[in-house]
Design a protein around this ligand. Structure first.
Ligand SMILES: [Zn+2]
Length: 223
């Protein structure tokens, strides 16, 4: 069952309205506003979007497409081995909103990784339950790096890292994606148990009732 939402203020500015499509029932209330609100304010300021153009939403890229109904649609890439764009925004909205929720939970500013970048993954982290995400810097679009690296939680000498696109991480380890907008000098300890965020060497306890506090309560009950 698909759900669509559209802008209503773009035609006032001589611009086609923009429609976003969710292929699954939307999980996050008003999540569509992440993209529609961005488009509406850009168009109100004189911005123009055309089919085929991309737009950065957080660290994600979406792309406009023609729809048969006179509005512009929005596509996102599927995290498949071969890149394929589909007219949907489910993953983009979910991942960017969860990243906002994690940062709000620990009171840290958003630092989205540059779009289309990668992270370094130690081989030993591939099958580990407990992993450590470390962000050295804000990343570099020209170098294709997000600033993040991923290792297992053991204290051994980690196996040699390889490069994994953030898009592939969405498919391989979706539970890690919500942590990727934490700023440089953050270390996130993530496992099936409670997650721990350390910023500049100081642990940041999640605010009471926050997204991360609730995630950790659920995880603590399971373990
Ligand atoms: Zn390791």
């Amino acid at each position: 069952m698909t759900t669509t939402f559209a802008t209503s203020g773009c035609s006032l500015h001589g611009h086609p309205e923009v429609t976003v499509t969710f292929l699954e029932p939307p999980l996050i209330p008003d999540g569509e506003r992440l993209i529609l609100g961005h488009v509406e304010s850009a168009v109100a300021r004189g911005g123009r979007f055309r089919a085929g153009e991309t737009l950065a939403i957080g660290g994600h890229l979406v792309r406009f497409c023609e729809r048969g109904d006179g509005t512009l649609g929005v596509e996102e890439p599927e995290p498949a081995p071969k890149e394929r764009w589909i007219e949907a925004v489910d993953r983009t909205v979910r991942e960017v909103m969860l990243q906002k929720f994690v940062n709000e939970s620990v009171g840290l500013d958003l630092a989205f990784p540059p779009p289309r970048t990668s992270l370094l993954v130690c081989r030993c982290a591939q099958d580990a339950d407990a992993v450590v995400l470390t962000r050295l810097d804000a990343g570099s679009a020209s170098k294709g790096l997000s600033g993040w690296s991923l290792a297992c939680a053991d204290t051994h000498e980690h196996e040699a890292p390889f490069v994994v696109p953030l898009l592939a991480l969405s498919a391989l380890k979706p539970d890690l994606v919500p942590f990727l907008a934490l700023p440089p000098q953050t270390v996130a300890h993530v496992s099936s148990g409670p997650a721990r965020v350390v910023y500049r060497g100081v642990a940041r306890a999640p605010l009471e009732g926050s997204f991360l506090a609730r995630r950790n309560e659920r995880a603590a009950r399971k373990t």
